[in-house]
Design a protein. Structure first.
Length: 193
């Protein structure tokens, strides 16, 4: 039996500070789970930034020392995105998947954050690796600044920004910046990796 999505969000956001939950469109409340830290994720780690048109991709090495920006994937159907992510997990022998959570600047969850939660829940049910949500506020702005500093032209920045944002998300995840949440899997994955 699948949990009601809003109840599922309660557990996902339970460890986020109150200021993130305040004003959120989600039906969120305090829980005692905040004291229970999430387990240390295993590497290599694949991170994705769910853009409207493209999905940015970055991957860490097995020691979580270096991060590589990969070519972004076109945003297509759920089935195609799952196939693409399964292939990335296999190709890099990834042990963890991180999905950027685009909270608003005030910490509330808008439509994009709710969509990221839904996608994370689907990935958690479909993959045999743990799935995390990582606060990604301003990751695209930081990604553009990094690409400009590297000397990329405007056209190149547009092509690279989604995957650079995924790299920023992954750096924050590995370095402990922002908040991260382990997405619970409601049942055994249908697809094993």
């Amino acid at each position: 039996m699948q949990l009601n999505f809003s109840r599922h969000l309660l557990r996902l956001f339970a460890i986020f500070p109150a200021e993130i939950r305040a004003g959120s469109n989600c039906d969120l409340m305090e829980t005692s789970d905040r004291k229970n830290p999430t387990p240390n994720p295993r590497a290599p780690i694949v991170a994705i930034d769910l853009g409207e048109m493209r999905v940015g991709i970055a991957v860490s090495d097995e020691l979580s020392i270096s991060i590589t920006r990969l070519e972004a994937l076109p945003r297509t159907s759920w089935k195609q995105m799952l196939r693409d992510v399964v292939e990335l997990v296999r190709r890099f022998d990834a042990q963890t998947l991180v999905i950027g959570l685009p909270l608003r600047l005030n910490g509330s969850a808008g439509d994009a954050a709710l969509e990221a939660c839904r996608m994370a829940e689907k990935f958690a049910r479909s993959l045999a690796v743990p799935v995390y949500l990582q606060d990604e506020r301003l990751s695209s702005v930081e990604a553009e600044q990094i690409l400009r500093a590297e000397g990329h032209k405007r056209e190149e920045i547009l092509a690279l920004v989604d995957s650079e944002a995924a790299a920023v998300i992954l750096r924050d995840f590995i370095g402990g910046g922002g908040e991260k949440v382990l997405v619970p899997s409601s049942h055994r994955p249908e697809q094993t990796l």
